[in-house]
Write a protein that binds this ligand. Structure first.
Ligand code: BV8
Length: 256
């Protein structure tokens, strides 16, 4: 792992990005932090400070207390809808455009459920952990996109089945990830020659495993994250800078 200065890493990474055949990116909550969305491990305040996300984000919590869990998710859903994509999201959409324009491949794999990458114009988004913007019937699995206002009742009844409830269309701890998302992420991690890991603590699996998979298949890895992570050692470049600052800087440093 190089100990280059941030500027040297930014310039070197910009050059590598301009030449890469296939760029794969894994994003986490750190990419949405500058949009005002709490990262998963931020201490939660106010109404939710007595709850630990990892216990609320489980099927057991929902089965035991669907009202509280759906209230928490609706609170977060409204926060995501009120948020705007930040400079990190916009830089990643621009990087995708430039890569496709030179007939490169680009795959954006996200752990985030806020849909801000799509709102910033990213096209190739693989949602490993689903989306908080859509909810689904616990009986039929049918999806709906609730309007941008608080759900009318908690727990929300399903419009698709008399005994059903609506739950957020996210992947909870202990739940399988969508097979199509895992396949797309797996293929990209194996095929890419450059892998960016941005704004993630790299502790949740199988998501973090795609960083290791890319590295094992010979891709060069860059970690753009405020803190070190258990996978920092895989990175050829580590940039300890806010994603909303580092990414626009990297795109600006790319040869035209
Ligand atoms: C599964 C959606 C298989 C819901 C999420 C023991 C060992 C290993 C694994 C396990 C284990 N016990 C259990 C497991 C499996 C478990 C897991 O990995 N647990 C971990 C905690 C140990 N995984 C699962 O359960 C997965 N499913 O394995 O199923 C299975 C199933 C059935 C039967 C058999 C097998 C499902 C995991 C998905 C859970 N859902 N989200 C919701 O949103 O509520 S996870 C959620 O937390 C996120 O999606 C993300 O994936 C994860 C971690 O969050 P991050 O995105 O990394 O954010 P975090 O806050 O942690 O870090 C932010 C980083 O950004 C920080 O490092 C910070 O420094 C940096 N940062 C902050 N600001 C900025 C910044 N960087 C740059 N700029 C900034 N401005």
């Amino acid at each position: 792992m190089s100990h280059a200065t941030t500027d040297e890493s930014v310039r070197a990474l910009a050059g590598a990005l301009a030449r890469a055949r296939h760029i794969a990116v894994l994003t986490g909550a750190g990419v949405s932090a500058e949009s005002g969305i709490r990262t998963f491990r931020d201490t939660m305040e106010g109404l939710w400070k007595e709850f630990d996300p990892a216990t609320l984000a489980t099927p057991r919590a929902f089965a035991r207390d669907p009202g509280t869990v759906s209230r928490w998710y609706d609170h977060r859903r409204l926060g995501c809808l009120a948020a705007e994509p930040n400079a990190a999201h916009n830089a990643l959409a621009e990087l995708e455009r430039r890569t496709l324009a030179r007939a490169g491949r680009f795959t954006l794999i996200t752990q985030n459920v806020d849909r801000l990458h799509q709102r910033a114009g990213s096209r190739s988004v693989v949602e490993l952990h689903g989306s908080i913007i859509e909810w689904r019937c616990t009986i039929t699995g049918r999806r709906t996109t609730p309007p941008a206002k608080p759900l009318p009742a908690f727990p929300p009844p399903s419009p698709f089945h008399p005994e059903g409830l609506l739950r957020p269309d996210v992947v909870w701890f202990g739940e399988m990830l969508p097979e199509s998302a895992v396949e797309a992420a797996d293929e990209a991690a194996r095929a890419c020659d450059l892998f960016l890991s941005i704004g993630t603590s790299s502790v949740v699996y199988p998501a973090a495993g795609f960083i290791e998979l890319a590295h094992a298949h010979g891709a060069r890895v860059a970690e753009i994250n405020l803190d070190a992570t258990p996978l920092s050692s895989r990175a050829a470049w580590t940039i300890r800078e806010k994603a909303g600052v580092a990414l626009p800087g990297i795109v600006a440093a790319m040869p035209a």
